[in-house]
Design a protein around this ligand. Structure first.
Ligand SMILES: Nc1ncnc2c1ncn2[C@@H]1O[C@H](COP(=O)(O)OP(=O)(O)O)[C@@H](O)[C@H]1O
Ligand SMILES: C[C@@](O)(CCOP(=O)(O)O)CC(=O)O
Ligand SMILES: [Mg+2]
Length: 347
């Protein structure tokens, strides 16, 4: 992402991955959202009564119907930009390596990257603009950044839990319950195959569907959510237990796989699986591998645990079979860095 101030009185947003560019005269944005001028960037807030005004600014852009899912992301940008930077003309260029709308948290990465870059150019954080290379944020700055990113996610998702933006902000693994986060590290590296079914889905609609089902079947869904909670607690204990010796690695991975299998069953109960996800589950099971959907489900990506001792030959075979179904595969390690900022990237 790149910010500059050389321009003609406009606020411009360039979405490189989608080859789209939007532009608003900054005076017009100020006129419409004027009240938020007084917003203090050290106190993240939601648009509240300004929501409809934000929507109007985005509706005027006439985003093509096929890309209308982007509208809420553009609203999130306008909100974060005006609250953190005020009403200065600028050009903001956004690019990402994540597939969009596939359950890998691209919306959270978008909100975290925007909040990070916007805050880095504000007086609220102490990063050094003259320093070369990537730099991190202090703990209280990360809290602020994460809270702003959560505001962006709310505009995109409706009622997100906050887990995606929290993981994007802090990196590695997070145990997250009702907004309380515990950073955890695994005693063993975990390797996953990510299969993108390429079936489009909408996080907001899927999450709303789970809430509706919970209203219709309150007691059943309460039990389902409680079982998911127990799975998360057990997983967190297992992955933090002392590093197993070589013999126990298989046992460790079998436990993780079994928890993934049970979690997938419960997600199916919630109504967020999909025929394409079931195809991935059946295909990987032929190779005795366990998979579960990720993100909000409904299509998107599926995770498959790749045990340490699994031969490269089997990995190649399972990937070939999944790709023959039209899916796209990539191998990922679990855990990575959180948000960082760099002032000298050339785009
Ligand atoms: N590279 C990007 N460029 C523009 N908008 C993006 C990008 N990545 C994510 N977004 C925003 O996030 C939305 C997708 O979020 P969501 O439906 O939650 O799927 P996921 O988070 O699983 O990828 C997009 O519609 C868009 O608003
Ligand atoms: C399903 C959920 O846990 C994450 C949604 O992630 P994604 O947007 O599908 O990548 C919803 C949430 O926690 O808000
Ligand atoms: Mg998302």
């Amino acid at each position: 992402m790149d910010l500059d101030s050389e321009n003609d009185g406009n606020l411009k947003l360039q979405l490189k991955d989608l080859s789209l560019q939007f532009s608003w005269p900054i005076e017009k944005v100020k006129e419409v959202l004027g009240e938020s001028n007084n917003v203090d960037c050290s106190k993240p807030i939601s648009p509240g009564s300004l929501s409809s005004k934000l929507q109007a600014l985005v509706e005027e852009l006439n985003i093509p119907e096929a890309k209308i899912g982007l509208a809420s992301g553009v609203e999130a940008f306008l909100w974060l930009y005006t609250c953190i930077q005020g009403f200065k003309p600028a050009t903001v260029i956004f690019a990402s390596e994540l597939p969009i709308g596939s359950g890998l948290g691209s919306s959270a990465a978008y909100c975290v990257a925007l909040s990070g870059a916007l805050l880095a150019l504000s007086s609220s954080v102490k990063v050094d603009v003259s320093q070369q290379g990537w730099q991190g944020f202090e703990d209280d700055e990360l809290t602020l950044l994460n809270n702003w990113a959560f505001e962006g996610e709310k505009i995109i998702h409706g009622r997100p839990s906050g887990i995606d933006n929290t993981v994007s902000t802090y990196g590695n693994m997070i145990k997250f319950k009702s907004g309380n986060l515990t950073r955890i590290t695994s005693s063993l590296p975990l390797r996953m195959l990510i299969t993108n079914t390429k079936v489009g889905r909408n996080t907001k609609a899927l999450v709303a569907g789970v809430s509706e089902r919970a209203k219709r079947h309150h007691d059943v869904m309460t039990s389902v959510f409680s079982a998911v909670d127990s799975i998360s607690n057990e997983l967190s204990e297992i992955i933090q237990s002392p590093a197993p010796n070589d013999l126990a690695v298989t046992e460790f991975e079998e436990k993780v796989g079994e928890l993934m299998e049970m979690n997938q069953g419960l997600l199916q109960c919630m109504g967020v699986s999909h025929a394409s996800i079931e195809t991935v589950l059946r295909t990987t099971l032929k190779y005795k591998l366990t998979s579960k959907l990720t993100g909000a489900g409904g299509g998107g990506c599926v995770l498959t645990l790749l045990p340490t001792l699994l031969s490269a030959n089997v990995v190649d075979k399972v990937i070939a079979e999944l790709e023959s179904c039209g899916f796209q595969c990539l191998i990922a390690g679990i855990g990575g860095k959180g948000v960082q900022v760099c002032f000298n990237i050339s785009s």
